[in-house]
Design a protein around this ligand. Structure first.
Ligand SMILES: Nc1ncnc2c1ncn2[C@@H]1O[C@H](COP(=O)(O)OP(=O)(O)OP(=O)(O)O)[C@@H](O)[C@H]1O
Length: 558
């Protein structure tokens, strides 16, 4: 899953913390559980002992937080039951879901509903107590949130604490750094002018929504300062002004990726996929008048293929190249089990995308959100989300009333919203969605030429010994995915340092460092590659490839 893993972890951890901070412990627990599972899975894929140690420490921290939040949840539940029973006896009007603003949880459902009745649907959790928490107020009847205090903040990894988007994130797979690694790989939090709390409080928020991802407009995105001269600027600032401001603020925080800087050139090979995306997304934005009628742009594209082959990178590069608003949606974010919440999120997501067009909605692991309908174990809530998604994809090109006037009197241009989905399991996707994703592009394992290109991309910042024959190394990596190749390069690049510190005590290593000796300067040798290849095997099975190729021959469409 590569970068997608880290991104999903970041989303799960930050959302878990946000929920806990807003007193919504039950939802917080769910996200924490998800985070623990994702980190555990991710650690298993790591080869570098240092990274494993760092991620394991993070795992422990998240587990500890989870256990605190679970405790709060337990206590809050007990208090709510007491509270609701007391209210039903003393203040019957409070149980009128239409009557009491004080009791309004945003869903017009009295909290007592299923909790005490023993009829709670195990598949559908109670709705969150929205509106109570973003301003920092604890949930009604709940003990004060314990999950994160400013003191705790100091103990958390910098990427997790950074609410302002400018700082680092957990590393993309393939980076040598650990959890506190290089900035730029995590979903960015915008450095907009208003914190999420403003939106929650009912005000609209004002953010540099549509900014040039490459900073051509001096983007006031991650790292930039709002208000900088030449920044996104008044003209480029867009704000979503539709309903559900709070949910929109949450989506914006978790989903809108304003910091991607991947370019086509960073991606080895995949020329066909680049062509399709160019035709489906880039050209219609440059020459909208041509893409009308029978030549209307496609509604969506599906990228499918084994894991770690560059699907997420393609999405990011397409967003960079078009400077569109990039909604980077993980199914985990949308797959809320609150009754009605997922549907609403999908609806608001598309509404925001139309409002902030041109936009691209990238749905990673779309199979988990939109698997085949009508199966025996399909849940009603999940079916409704799929239906909503299909309806929204149908309407991405909007109607006449959605057309916005162009700048300086240009004729109105359609609000361009493009859906890009990715999956490692295309055969699981609902067929109605498959039909709507008109182009279905196979992202295969790299061939010899691409592997060589990938090696060169990965090694462009490190020295390689002159005796290393990269073509031969690429030849030895038949069956490796792009992600595997990145891992091999990273491991080979670590070997110089490993040799340097082998058998030395921490004090001796410190002394070496102080003497200015680092293993990182040594060029990577053939032996380093041999060693790395011995340790790292391909992650994709032949059966998986075969299955993808079969699906391609039946449903592929470029
Ligand atoms: N074609 C490529 N060019 C450059 N780097 C690549 C390519 N394919 C994979 N990589 C490397 O693999 C990593 C993972 O890629 P990416 O997340 O895009 O894969 P994915 O197909 O989306 O995986 P998943 O299906 O598991 O989400 C990237 O960060 C990059 O280092």
């Amino acid at each position: 899953m590569g970068g997608a893993d880290v991104q999903a972890i970041t989303i799960a951890v930050t959302t878990g913390r946000d929920c806990a901070m807003s007193g919504d412990y039950s939802a917080g627990c769910t996200y924490y559980e998800n985070a623990v599972e994702l980190i555990t899975r991710y650690v298993r894929t790591l080869g570098d002992p240092h990274a494993i140690r760092q991620w394991s420490a993070l795992l422990k921290e998240v587990q500890d937080e989870h256990s605190s939040v679970r405790q709060c949840d337990k206590e809050a539940r007990g208090m709510r039951v007491y509270d609701s029973v007391a209210r039903s006896n003393s203040y019957p009007e409070m149980n009128d879901p239409r009557g009491s603003a004080a009791y309004d949880d945003g869903y017009r459902q009295p909290i007592v509903v299923c909790h005490n009745s023993g009829q709670e649907d195990p598949m559908v959790w109670r709705p969150p107590t929205r509106g109570e928490g973003r301003s920092g107020a604890p949930a009604r009847g709940a003990p004060p949130p314990r999950a994160r205090s400013s003191q705790d903040d100091n103990k958390l990894p910098s990427w997790a604490n950074n609410n302002n988007g400018g700082g680092g994130g957990p590393p993309a797979r393939g980076n040598a750094a650990g959890p506190s690694g290089r900035a730029g790989s995590a979903p960015r939090r915008p450095t907009g002018n208003a914190p999420a709390g403003n939106a929650a409080a009912g005000g609209s928020y004002d953010r540099p929504w549509r900014q040039n991802m490459q900073g051509k407009q001096g983007a006031a995105g991650p790292g930039g300062k709002p208000g900088d001269k030449g920044s996104a600027g008044e003209k480029a600032k867009k704000q979503y002004s539709g309903p559900d401001q709070e949910l929109a603020a949450m989506l914006e925080r978790d989903i809108v990726d304003q910091g991607t800087s991947v370019k086509w050139d960073d991606i080895a090979g995949l020329e066909e996929a680049k062509r399709v995306l160019n035709e489906a997304l880039v050209l219609p934005m440059i020459m909208p008048d041509f893409f009308t009628g029978i030549r209307r742009p496609v509604k969506g594209v599906l990228l499918f293929g084994p894991p770690g082959t560059g699907k997420t990178m393609l999405a990011k590069a397409a967003a960079t190249e078009t400077s569109c608003t990039f909604f980077n949606v993980s199914s985990a974010t949308l797959a809320s089990k609150y009754r009605g919440e997922s549907e609403r999120m999908v609806r608001i997501l598309f509404e925001m995308a139309r409002d902030l067009a041109p936009s691209m909605i990238f749905i990673d692991e779309v199979d988990s959100l939109c698997s085949q309908r009508g199966t025996a174990n399909e849940h009603e809530a999940s079916r409704r989300v799929k239906t909503e998604l299909l309806t929204q994809v149908d309407g991405v090109h909007g109607s006449e009333k959605d057309k916005e006037p162009g700048p300086d009197g240009e004729p109105p241009a359609p609000k361009h919203v493009f859906v890009l989905a990715a999956t490692n399991f295309p055969w699981d996707i609902d067929e109605a969605l498959r039909r709507r994703l008109e182009k279905r592009v196979y992202i295969p394992l790299p061939g010899q030429a691409q592997r060589l290109q990938l090696l060169k991309i990965n090694l462009r910042d490190v020295a390689v010994a002159p005796d290393v024959n990269l073509e031969a190394v690429a030849g030895q990596m038949d069956g490796y995915s792009g992600d595997d190749i990145t891992n091999v390069c990273r491991d080979a690049a670590m070997n110089g340092m490993r040799r340097l510190v082998a058998g030395k005590t921490p004090a001796e290593i410190k002394a070496l460092r102080e003497a200015g000796m680092t293993g990182g300067q040594e060029p990577i040798t053939s032996d380093d590659f041999r060693e790395a290849l011995r340790k790292i095997n391909p992650s994709v099975s032949k059966e998986d490839i075969k299955r993808h190729e079969e699906w391609l021959s039946v449903f592929g469409s470029t």
